[in-house]
Design a protein around this ligand. Structure first.
Ligand SMILES: NC(=O)c1ccc[n+]([C@@H]2O[C@H](COP(=O)([O-])OP(=O)(O)OC[C@H]3O[C@@H](n4cnc5c(N)ncnc54)[C@H](OP(=O)(O)O)[C@@H]3O)[C@@H](O)[C@H]2O)c1
Length: 325
């Protein structure tokens, strides 16, 4: 097997593509032949030692992947060789093979493409937990999605549309805004060239969005928060811009707004039944054609550094998926 090894988490440039002995699954584990793995922003933070979860080096990065079961360890009855599965293991995906604990695997329904399965649970799971569970978004309400052309952003547009909400997608370029319109956004704001708060006001006739979905943070957070409607819910998803913003606490008081934290990985660990129910609904929406991962680029696994460079340069639109031939 081959894998990208991180011996020193100082950034993607320190990763090495190496040949390793193919592992034998231990009790409770499964050996997977990986078909596809997608890049998520947390993978970038992990190889930079900036993510909240810090694996001990050496490790193989890649949180989200899909493939075919090759071998099962003792005690595994839920899977057998040949089964197509998706894996959410936190690490291990940027490789040709991985051993994964069976409880980190999801069986793939027939018709679920590996490229989509590798780019599904993390982003759509986050957006479903955020919009359905944490924000209780209702049909007819308006959502403002920041960083809307990124991985979680594109999934948030589709999940909000599946619920029946109106989506204002905000991103940093006209090209990104065009992508958002093409996947269902009702209106867009290019915050690279226009004033976010003023444009939100115009698009909502002064009322403001009911929900803000914010995976970017930085300088966008305060104007987005100030633009919200009465009883709005501000979803704190992440800080892709790099800095964690602060807000004056008189703002939520004045508008009766809630600041709602979203941590999907912890939700999966603490509330497995609720998480499984969310993923089941997402799987149904996928089968109905209501949601579909936006694949920006597919690259062979050994070209992973190009994917990391594209993400760090803020160029990804949707998801980059690495595949094994
Ligand atoms: N809370 C959770 O459970 C959870 C789960 C998954 C991901 N996340 C977080 O969500 C955030 C986005 O993840 P993702 O996988 O969607 O990433 P992504 O595909 O790279 O999208 C991030 C977006 O952020 C914007 N951005 C602004 N400044 C940036 C910068 N300096 N560098 C890179 N992007 C910048 C970009 O949009 P514009 O160019 O349009 O501004 C980009 O499209 C990350 O912080 C990640 O850790 C949180």
């Amino acid at each position: 097997m081959h894998a990208w090894i991180c011996d020193n988490p100082v950034g993607p440039e320190a990763l090495r593509w190496v040949e390793l002995p193919t592992p034998v699954p231990a009790a409770g584990e499964v050996l997977l032949a990986i078909r596809a793995a997608s890049l998520n922003f947390p993978d970038l933070l992990t190889v930079q030692n900036k993510y909240q979860y810090k694996p001990t080096p050496p490790f193989v990065p890649g949180a989200e992947f899909a493939g075919v079961v090759e071998q099962v360890g003792t005690g595994v009855s839920a899977f057998k060789p040949g089964d197509p599965v998706a894996a959410l293991a936190g690490i291990g995906g940027f490789a040709t093979h991985a051993t994964v604990r069976a409880d980190k695997l999801l069986p793939l329904p027939s018709g679920f493409a590996f490229e989509h399965a590798a780019a599904f649970a993390l982003t759509y799971g986050t957006s479903h937990h955020a919009l359905v569970d944490r924000a209780a978004l209702k049909a007819g309400e308006t959502v403002l999605v920041l960083g809307a052309a990124g991985g979680v952003g594109t999934s948030a547009i589709q999940v909000a549309k599946a619920i029946g909400a109106r989506v204002i997608a905000a991103a940093s370029s006209d090209e990104k805004c065009a992508l958002c319109l093409s996947i269902g956004a009702d209106a867009t704001i290019n915050y690279g060239s226009t004033n976010l708060r003023e444009t939100v006001k115009t698009l909502t006739e002064g009322r403001g969005p009911d929900v803000v979905y914010d995976p970017v943070g930085g300088d966008l957070a305060e104007p987005a928060f100030r633009s919200m409607a009465w009883r709005g819910r501000y979803l704190v998803i992440g800080f892709a811009a790099g800095n964690v913003p602060s807000l004056p606490l008189n703002l939520p008081l004045l508008k009766g707004t809630s600041i709602v934290g979203v941590f999907w990985g912890e939700f999966v660990r603490r509330e497995p039944k609720a998480s499984a129910a969310g993923l089941a609904q997402l799987s149904q929406w996928y089968a109905q054609g209501l949601i579909k991962p936006v694949i920006d680029l597919q690259l062979p696994m050994d070209r992973l550094p190009e994917a990391f460079a594209r993400m760090a340069a803020r160029k990804v639109m949707g998801k980059v998926v690495m595949t094994n031939g």
